[in-house]
Write a protein that binds this ligand. Sequence first.
Ligand code: NDP
Length: 333
Amino acid sequence: GREWHLTARPHGWPTPDDFALREAAVPEPAEGQIVVRNRHFSVDPYMRGRMNDVKSYVPPFQLDEPMDGGAVGEVIASRSEKFAVGDHVLHGLGWREYAVLDAARATKADPALAPLSGYLGVLGMTGLTAYAGLLEVASLKEGDVVFVSGAAGAVGSQVGQIARLKGASRVIGSAGSDEKVRLLVEEYGFDAAFNYKNGTPVAEQLKKAAPDGIDVYFDNVGGEHLEAAISSLNVHGRVAICGMISQYNTTEPPAAPRNLALVIGKRLRLQGLLVSDHSALHPQFVQEVSSWVRSGELKYSETTVSGIENAVDAFLGMLRGENTGKMIVSLDA
Ligand code: NDP
């Protein structure tokens, strides 16, 4: 099977030359292991951090070794009682066609309950990030005015809709194109949205969209967005710091936020969030979100790139904003 290796550590924006698609033998499964033919795998912003050789909350990718990440596929050989051939599983060995792993490291993904790719997005890691970040980290309360950046992406599109479903009084999103802004308002039920690339400063657009200020900011972006949110936050406002994608490919430190001192007088709470801390919420998340999806109250998009040979383009495209909702690499013929 083929698998993607990182061959050089990118400085700034990665380029296709930093990666290689290589042929690898699929080993025989040992006792307790399964072999999975991957059907879909995830490309995520956090993977950019793993391309740097720095200590972080997930270890860096090793050069000339297969990269990994979320994947779903079909069990094609099993030496475990946990799974039979034909079962579908979610596991952590993406970026490759075939995965061999301990059955204990896979969980069942039932294609009757949701499309398989959904286990990587709406009912998967990005969905739980949105749910836990909003409810546990930002302590969403009924009546809150909520602002989310990266609002047309996998996490952000779910944050805005969960906020609405949980009683936010007003939901505002920002995204990088007029088309995405239209989708947020017309399909996802945001009360207001703006295009942060249209030349008008974020702070000005946010003030216009939230004339009475905001109570919660869900940050996917950092930088100018965070600075604007700090300016618009009301007293006792809460910020879930989920991601800072605006600086993942920069080589200079960010210029903003310059107004952090406002945190004092407004008694703001800014709290970082790691989805892995919130697995206790997983059953409740799956139950509630899947019922919203079934009833049509929560909508989601996926942007699918077909073929393992296009996975690096999918990853780079996601960093540039070519996706709406979850970016997925599909290996179906
Ligand atoms: P998305 O589906 O949101 O894809 C990334 C999006 O980021 C792009 O579509 C693009 O949309 C936007 N973007 C890219 N560059 C910039 C920029 N300079 N300024 C503003 N927006 C930009 O990805 P995810 O939903 O998977 O992740 C969203 C965020 O959540 C990321 O920051 C990620 O690191 C973080 N995250 C954190 C987790 C945690 O546990 N802390 C877990 C999962 C995700 P646009 O067209 O709008 O620019």
